[in-house]
Design a protein around this ligand. Structure first.
Ligand SMILES: *[C@@H]1O[C@H](CO)[C@@H](O)[C@H](O)[C@H]1NC(C)=O
Ligand SMILES: *[C@@H]1O[C@H](CO)[C@@H](O)[C@H](O)[C@H]1NC(C)=O
Ligand SMILES: *[C@@H]1O[C@H](CO)[C@@H](O)[C@H](O)[C@H]1NC(C)=O
Ligand SMILES: *[C@@H]1O[C@H](CO)[C@@H](O)[C@H](O)[C@H]1NC(C)=O
Ligand SMILES: *[C@@H]1O[C@H](CO)[C@@H](O)[C@H](O)[C@H]1NC(C)=O
Length: 351
């Protein structure tokens, strides 16, 4: 046995003795198989109901229930003490109103990679889970976001489904929602204001069928992913007032110069902007704080230094570190010599 494996084994025996409960349930998931060997004989916790046969409830971490990858086609019964529920990688087809009646303490509900359809999720199933923070429903067969989701959610993942539309009522009042994954669906319409999502920092709506961007974006937004849609134009002041915004990815859309109002991307604070695989003929103006700019595979014909530095002198220079321009109609000769001063921070420029 290698020394490394010995240490891992030793840790997996000692750690549960030192900690009253593991700090991260996912870390626990990783170690649990070995722990069961040593703790399997301890008395099971039956507070709030017994663990169903088809699942595991580790005696030393009795608020977690593991039912992932068991070939389940229906929801198991859930003891009320359970906070962390793992049901991913099954073939569960429905969430009837009764499914979560006893699960009043749920904090995490992981149901990704199942066979859930929107018709088979009852209206009141989430009525009693008012402390639910993390809901994973990605890789199912949903055609809409389930109705009446708990307003306590912080992390909602419904990516890789067949959702066509997002309506304001579905997300309204989710004041604590921080992460929203909607990518790889069939959303055509998102002209709903997302401004009410006061805490949202990550919005991923890439891989949909959007022709327009959402009407108003949440003020705390930090990462905004929109790539692989069919967007050809952006409204004036689209990214204005988003003081926390650092990452914007809009690759693989239909953006043209005409569709981008002046100064759209001249937003202080932006770190990364990906506009590759669009139809731009000019380099749009960007803020001098930008560090990574991806413009490859457009139709850019001229290198406008003014896009990076309105004034070029020793104190005015761009923070740009990466600039990708390959797959355009430019050559090295098109880069003016003053660029050396303006782009002095760059370590990678690809033409
Ligand atoms: C809920 O708890 C009650 C009482 O313990 C039990 O009879 C019922 O079967 C449980 N229902 C579910 C869906 O777990
Ligand atoms: C879910 O979608 C997959 C792939 O399209 C399909 O094979 C499966 O039958 C669907 N399941 C249900 C319950 O509709
Ligand atoms: C949001 O989080 C705060 C702080 O953790 C909590 O007090 C509040 O009840 C939560 N809001 C909702 C709607 O659950
Ligand atoms: C970007 O905006 C600043 C003020 O916010 C302005 O001074 C600067 O000229 C703008 N840059 C370009 C290239 O238009
Ligand atoms: C940029 O250039 C202007 C005009 O020459 C000057 O007033 C300003 O202080 C310079 N530096 C910065 C960081 O803007």
């Amino acid at each position: 046995m290698s020394t490394r494996l010995e240490i891992v084994l030793l840790l997996s025996i000692l750690l549960p003795l030192c900690l009253s409960r593991p700090p991260d349930p996912l870390g626990w998931l990783f170690h649990r198989h070995r722990q069961e060997q040593y703790f399997g004989s301890l008395h099971a916790d039956t507070r709030g109901g017994t663990c169903p046969d088809e699942c595991d409830c580790p005696p030393s971490f009795p608020i977690a229930m593991y039912c992932d990858g068991r070939g389940l086609t229906a929801m198991p019964s859930i003891p009320s003490r359970i906070k962390y529920l793992y049901l991913q990688n099954n073939a569960i087809t429905s969430l009837p109103d009764s499914a979560l009646v006893n699960a009043t303490n749920l904090v995490w509900l992981l149901l990704h990679h199942n066979q859930l359809t929107s018709d088979a999720i009852d209206q009141k199933v989430f009525l009693k889970t008012d402390g639910l923070e993390r809901l994973y429903l990605q890789h199912n067969n949903l055609t809409s976001i389930p109705p009446n989701l708990p307003r306590s959610l912080r992390d909602l993942r419904v990516n890789h489904n067949m959702i066509e539309k997002v309506t304001p009522a579905e997300l309204d009042g989710m004041d604590n929602l921080t992460i929203l994954h909607l990518q790889d669906n069939a959303i055509t319409d998102m002209t709903t204001s997302l401004k009410t999502l006061k805490s949202l920092t990550l919005l991923d709506i890439s891989g949909n069928k959007l022709t327009k961007v959402p009407d108003a974006l949440p003020e705390q937004l930090h990462q905004f992913y929109l790539e692989s849609n069919s967007i050809n134009s952006l409204p004036v002041g689209f990214l204005g007032g988003l003081a926390q915004l650092q990452y914007v990815r809009m690759a693989h859309n239909q953006l043209t110069d005409k569709g981008i109002p002046p100064n759209t991307f001249n937003v202080t604070g932006l770190v990364e902007l990906d506009l590759s695989y669009n139809k731009l003929e000019r380099i749009p103006s960007v803020s001098t704080t930008l560090q990574h700019l991806y413009l490859q595979a457009n139709q850019i014909k001229e290198f406008t230094l003014g896009s990076f530095c309105a004034i070029v002198d020793v104190t005015n220079f761009s923070k740009l570190r990466t600039l990708r321009l390959e797959g355009n109609e430019l050559s090295m000769q098109d880069i003016p010599s003053e660029s050396a001063l303006c782009l002095r921070q760059a370590f990678s420029i690809q033409i």
